[in-house]
Design a protein. Structure first.
Length: 426
């Protein structure tokens, strides 16, 4: 009798992470960083490129399929409005958690001043670049975000992952237009998008098979990148612990509570099922890159209907950034405390409002929050140069907050599906 032991995906990813760390440490020990940079790191970049390659077509096809699958405008309004409201509420709560921790713990008062000066010098060029981008966005006017949402060229929008909102806008517009046409006339289009969706899922299967090896390469490169900056972790330990505490609260308390209160799903089952998605998001630092796995897990393992997942999750990958919002609130307060700026109640409210609004436009790619964070800093009179204080330890925190983002997407999808089923049964 023979037994076959299938290693689950999350275990393979975890093994890949550990292998990458060991490879990175070995390269540093034997001074072989060039080997990692030339022969290991590229495989991680190939993996990221594959994920980015599939992101835009998956979002467009799944959204069009999801909207058309709603059958009528009434159903679209019911699911769409409910989704947006839930995303805004969870984001507002995440920002409140971040601000509360930042005001109570006050991590900025623990930072060594000499370390601050060193970090500002090391990241001067990066800060200048982000400041220039933020100034450009700021000078474009208060309604410039509308211009960013509506594309003037759909092909150009699909060629840039940072313009995912434009792709979503056209996909929803396309789907709504289809709903307004007689069902028989759009049947061929519906069949086409259904076929495209299944083809893309198969492509995703191929990419996911490469995931453990891509993760190994990414982690090895990450260890090399942080080799010369380990002292920052000691200087900013309290800040990092504060951010991690806020994010873990969202992961371990807030989302399971929502699942328990508003769905029939058991919180433990939800948490266990989401482990592979969270690990995947943690290693890639990209909600867009994690979208394929999140779609598959939410639909096939959590049991959320396809009409909900195909609409809620692609939208959430762009507009729902709970982890990023929580982090940004703590980061702004931390920078203000380090620099010695006392924020007024009105400025705190401005941070709350700006963080909620700006999270909608945060690119779902690694480091996508930098420009938005710089704008939030400027909105309350904090020098954008303060961004340099946190860049050194941002990557591991970015990895964790991405895991929070995708978990929030799945949570909202489960709630929307439950409410939708309850309404249909009445």
């Amino acid at each position: 009798m023979s037994f076959k032991f299938a290693v689950p995906l999350y275990a393979k990813i975890l093994i890949g992470m550990l292998a990458g760390v060991l490879i990175g440490i070995a390269a540093l020990t034997f001074q072989q960083t060039g080997f990692v940079n030339n022969w290991v790191r590229p495989w991680g970049q190939v993996f990221i490129r594959l994920l980015q390659l599939i992101a835009v077509p998956l979002v467009f096809v799944s959204l069009v399929k999801g909207v058309i699958g709603l059958s009528d405008i009434g159903k679209f309004s019911r699911i769409g409005i409910r989704t947006i409201i839930l995303y805004l509420l969870t984001t507002a709560f995440a920002v409140t958690v971040g601000m509360s921790l930042g005001l109570v713990v006050r991590p900025g008062q623990f930072v060594d001043r000499q370390t601050v000066v060193s970090m500002q010098e090391n990241y001067k060029s990066v800060v200048e670049q982000k400041k220039a981008e933020a100034d450009t966005m700021k000078d474009s006017g208060p309604l410039s975000f509308l211009e960013e949402v509506v594309p003037d060229n759909f092909v150009a929008a699909t060629s840039d992952n940072r313009k995912m909102l434009q792709v979503i806008f056209f996909a929803v517009l396309f789907g709504i237009a289809a709903l307004c046409i007689e069902r028989a006339k759009i049947a061929p289009v519906e069949q086409l998008f259904d076929s495209l969706y299944h083809i893309l899922l198969k492509v995703i299967d191929f990419v996911i098979m490469f995931a453990p090896y891509g993760v190994t390469a990414l982690m090895a490169g990450l260890v090399i990148d942080f080799s010369g900056n380990l002292s920052m972790f000691g200087a900013l330990a309290v800040y990092a612990i504060t951010v991690v505490g806020g994010l873990l609260f969202l992961l371990g308390v807030f989302y399971p509570t929502l699942i328990s209160l508003f769905t029939k799903m058991k919180p433990n089952f939800f948490i266990k099922t989401m482990y592979p998605v969270q690990l995947f998001a943690f290693t890639t630092s990209s909600s867009a890159a994690t979208l394929p796995l999140n779609l598959e897990t939410t639909e096939n393992k959590l049991g959320v209907s396809n009409e909900v997942t195909s609409f809620v999750l692609p939208v959430g990958a762009t507009v729902n950034m709970d982890g990023t919002s929580c982090y940004q609130a703590i980061a702004v307060l931390f920078i203000a405390q380090v620099i010695g700026i006392d924020l007024t109640l009105m400025q705190l409210f401005t941070i709350l409002l700006m963080t909620i609004i700006s999270s909608i436009g945060t690119p779902s790619i690694p480091g996508g929050s930098y420009v938005i964070l710089t704008m939030v800093l400027a909105s309350v009179g904090i020098p954008p140069e303060g961004l340099a204080l946190i860049l050194g330890i941002d990557r591991p925190l970015d990895m964790l907050r991405t895991a929070v983002n995708v978990t929030g997407d799945a949570t909202v999808a489960a709630i929307v599906d439950t409410q939708n089923n309850k309404q249909l049964s009445e």
